[in-house]
Design a protein around this ligand. Structure first.
Ligand SMILES: Cc1cc2nc3c(=O)[nH]c(=O)nc-3n(C[C@H](O)[C@H](O)[C@H](O)COP(=O)(O)OP(=O)(O)OC[C@H]3O[C@@H](n4cnc5c(N)ncnc54)[C@H](O)[C@@H]3O)c2cc1C
Length: 366
């Protein structure tokens, strides 16, 4: 049986950031990816926003990793030529009933160390975003947009430069914890069995499933999987917005907000619905609800200008009616298995936090 030092299961943005980090610290890394390309799941189906760190509960790992992760990411993009833009975001209250929510965000942002939010006067709002109907708003200047594929390519390139290897079409099917390592059975065209000193489960939507397939990880420590799909519609006309626009959100999602990609195309979304399996199919019956939600802040949206875009699925480990989970990292202290770190529920802001998550995981490896 082949022996490897460190296996990272999953080549999304988080797995690749971890592989980069570990290989740069001198570890021998193999990245096992089920698909025939890297980054085809959540890392390719998100808003591509560099989040400032405004919304997350004080002290949560989302808050703790987003703020330094965002700063590290801007620096990384600048140093490695990853396409991005610090475009800024305006969070708006469309009527007086939403103003309290807006003020809560500002307080939460400050508690999280996001110290650059600025309340805008009605005159400033009208000048900055004339298409948006709102009564109050604030500017988040450190919110940005990023080419997530370019970022993953850069992480992978750096990892490979340090000797890491990406094995595509290599799904981990099962495994077993042994006294001197973790054995993984890998499928695909050339099935293999490898023994690893360290295993990182960074399999996104499938992370709990992968953990359950490895005998010796106590079942009671493995969280359940829940999936929440979000749809994006694109605007067929020129952008009427100059920045990202976020209406005040509901507790479990950020609402149908406006993001602009690096090509200048406007996307609205994601909405939120629980689904029972990973299926990215676009449900076009959502159109009417999008028109309604968008016209709440962009009343001049014309009929016929929305076009189905794509969907993404949030990897949740808590279900309907339960509080939204934090980023969840299980190390030896949780499951008792030496050399294993399992990542669960790495939804937004996982892209923004990827470098900080990699540091956090690396610090938990023995
Ligand atoms: C709708 C939506 C919008 C979002 N918007 C943003 C945003 O704007 N900004 C932000 O910061 N974050 C955002 N996020 C979060 C961000 O996209 C994720 O946190 C991030 O992409 C997660 O990366 P990952 O590597 O953990 O998972 P993934 O990208 O899903 O990668 C997991 C990989 O594991 C592989 N895998 C699964 N099972 C196996 C197996 N058995 N063997 C081998 N490989 C396996 C999969 O094929 C996949 O490639 C958003 C998320 C969603 C759902």
């Amino acid at each position: 049986m082949e022996t490897i030092d460190c296996a990272v299961i999953g080549a999304g943005v988080v797995g690749l950031a971890i592989a980069r980090k570990l290989s740069r610290s001198g570890r021998e890394v193999v990245i096992l990816e089920a698909e025939d390309a890297f980054g085809t799941h959540t890392s390719a189906r998100n808003s591509e926003v560099i989040h400032a760190g405004i919304y997350y509960a004080s002290g949560s790992l989302k808050a703790q990793l987003c703020v330094p992760g965002r700063k590290a990411l801007y620096q990384y993009c600048a140093e490695h030529g990853v396409n991005h833009q610090r475009i800024g975001k305006v969070i708006v209250a469309c009527d007086d009933s939403e103003v309290a929510g807006l003020k809560k965000y500002k307080a939460q942002a400050e508690a999280n160390g996001v110290d650059d939010l600025r309340m805008l006067t009605p005159a400033e709002l009208a000048e900055m975003e004339p298409a948006v109907r709102c009564v109050a708003g604030f500017l988040s200047p450190s919110t940005g947009i990023i080419d997530s594929h370019g970022l993953m390519l850069s992480y992978l390139g750096e990892a490979e430069d340090k000797g890491a290897m990406l094995a595509l079409s290599s799904p981990v099917l099962s495994g077993k914890v042994e006294s001197d390592g973790i054995v993984l059975d890998v499928g695909g065209a050339e099935p293999m069995t490898v023994k690893c000193r360290t295993v990182i489960i960074s399999a996104g939507l499938k992370a709990p499933e992968v953990a359950r397939s490895i005998a010796g990880i106590p079942a009671a420590t493995i969280p359940p999987s829940y999936y929440a799909i979000g749809h994006y519609y694109t605007l067929t006309t020129k952008s009427p917005f100059n920045r990202l626009i976020y209406p005040v959100a509901r507790p479990d999602w950020l609402g149908v907000h406006v993001t602009i990609d690096l090509g200048g195309r406007v996307k609205f979304g994601p909405d939120f619905e629980w689904i029972d399996r990973v299926d990215y199919q676009f449900d076009e019956r959502r159109e009417a609800s999008f028109y309604k939600a968008i016209r709440h802040y962009y009343p001049s949206l014309q009929d016929g200008t929305l076009q189905p875009g794509y969907t993404g699925i949030r990897p949740r480990i808590t279900g309907p009616g339960e509080p939204v989970q934090d980023f969840t990292f299980h190390d030896t202290q949780v499951h008792g298995v030496n050399g294993l770190v399992a990542l669960y529920g790495i939804e937004s802001p996982g892209l923004t936090s990827s470098l900080a998550i990699a540091d956090y995981v690396a610090a938990r490896i023995n």
